[in-house]
Design a protein around this ligand. Structure first.
Ligand code: SF4
Ligand code: SF4
Length: 414
């Protein structure tokens, strides 16, 4: 795509990166076919090719209007378009730049600013979020339906093994996950413990930065990322841990970007690159332990029918495909077919709060696809998808590691 960047961005590192990305796009439109917002809204500007064109216009000096912002806001950053694109266009990086420039050039209305500021303030603060969630649970029946569905019932996490092995990994605790679904990291710790790996959670390690980064505060998000890198660094530096385990694919996708986001920041470039290299999704960690795991599970009895919802961040951003399904199958679960498995469920971080109608329609379609194979439960790999889907179905929605933990516990009771 021929581009003539405006003075404010021409020759800057970001401008050069944007130009390189834009040059790759040949307008073929293949990406449009797999874009959930295009499928729903039918407007070219609500698809990747249209959004690329809008960002290009802004980079060339056009003044963005409310419509530019709306179309960029409506993108779920699901990255299905990147997986589809035959030319390797890094759409999400271009979108991040476009969103930031639009934000700098155009102030949002007061309500939107307050709404986004409140989300940025509350969500990454683990203690404050846990307090508000506990309050929400106490008055749940009195809450309006839209808010009630954001307040899931508490699930007991179960016992957590004390670190007892020479092999050690650190887990990302995260910001909202410890309060929303503490059972996920507890199940991961039990599974890894059975495989001879102790899971540590450094208490200072908080939000991965994704929430603020994607809520119009890229600098605030990078502050959270630096804090997380600092909390993990002593563990990585002295070499007593093998790596970082991430049980929420949304956070994993953000951490995968650290190396790129800090490559021009000398104080953090090396540590960020090392952090990106060390961090793996739980499915990748357990896939590497598959022979040992399968030995423990064999012969696996037949278990229930499970529909697996692979989050966009797992399949499109991290490129992990099939690993969870193989692990669940090895444990005896029957995986049901899921049509259009590449499509987003509509959760997408804070998207479900900011665009409730699009989000609800995407969930309705996703649940219809997941339930079409008559499963007994739905499994997923990201806390946001889990809570979002659970609010729309009577079927239990669980993190896949909980299912694997149960299967292992039955084979070898503690
Ligand atoms: S990231 Fe997802 S929603 Fe955004 S343009 Fe690409 S496919 Fe569409
Ligand atoms: S598929 Fe790739 S090259 Fe084709 S229009 Fe989409 S982003 Fe551009």
């Amino acid at each position: 795509m021929q581009t003539r960047l405006a003075d404010f961005v021409r020759g800057t590192p970001e401008g050069r990166e944007a130009e390189a990305i834009l040059r790759k796009c040949v307008h073929c439109g293949f990406c449009t076919a797999t874009c959930p917002t295009y499928q729903l809204l039918g407007d070219e500007l609500d698809g990747p090719r249209g959004r690329i064109y809008l960002v290009k216009q802004v980079l060339e000096g056009a003044t963005p209007g409310e419509s530019t912002r709306l179309h960029l806001d409506r993108c779920l950053t699901c990255r299905a378009c990147e997986t589809t694109c035959p030319s390797g266009v890094q759409y999400a990086r271009l979108l991040d730049l476009g969103r930031r420039i639009v934000e700098e050039k155009m102030r949002r209305g007061l309500f939107e600013r307050l709404e986004r500021a409140a989300l940025r303030f509350v969500l990454p603060r683990r203690t404050l979020f846990a307090f508000l969630l506990a309050l929400g649970r106490a008055v749940r029946p009195l809450l309006p339906a839209a808010l009630r569905e954001k307040v899931p019932a508490r699930v007991a996490p179960g016992a957590r093994p004390a670190p007892r092995h020479a092999r050690r990994m650190i887990a990302l605790s995260g910001c909202v996950q410890p309060a929303l679904a503490p059972q996920i990291n507890a199940a991961a710790a039990r599974v890894l413990d059975r495989l001879g790996i102790a899971l540590l959670e450094p208490p200072q390690a908080g939000c991965c930065g994704a929430l603020r980064y994607h809520l119009d505060d890229q600098e605030g998000g990078k502050r959270d990322m630096r804090a997380l890198i600092d909390a993990w660094w002593p563990h990585l530096e002295d070499g007593h841990v093998e790596g970082i385990v991430v049980t929420a694919s949304g956070c994993g996708a953000m951490i995968r970007e650290y190396a790129h986001l800090f490559e021009r920041e000398p104080a953090y470039a090396q540590r960020a690159a090392r952090t990106t290299l060390a961090a793996r999704d739980l499915a990748e960690v357990l896939a590497a332990e598959a022979p040992q795991l399968e030995k423990r599970l064999a012969p696996a009895p037949r278990r229930g029918r499970i529909a697996f919802h692979s989050p966009c961040t797992l399949q499109h951003a991290l490129g992990v495909r099939g690993a969870v399904e193989r692990l669940l199958a090895a444990a005896g679960y029957e995986l049901t077919a899921v049509p259009e498995a590449h499509l987003c469920c509509g959760s997408a971080g804070a998207y479900s709060l900011l665009h409730p109608e699009i989000s609800a329609e995407l969930r309705r379609r996703k649940l219809a696809a997941l339930e079409s194979g008559a499963p007994q439960a739905i499994a997923t790999a990201n806390v946001g998808c889990l809570v979002h889907l659970q609010a729309g179905t009577r079927l239990p929605v669980r993190h896949w590691i909980e299912l694997l933990d149960e299967a292992l516990a039955e084979r070898a009771p503690e």
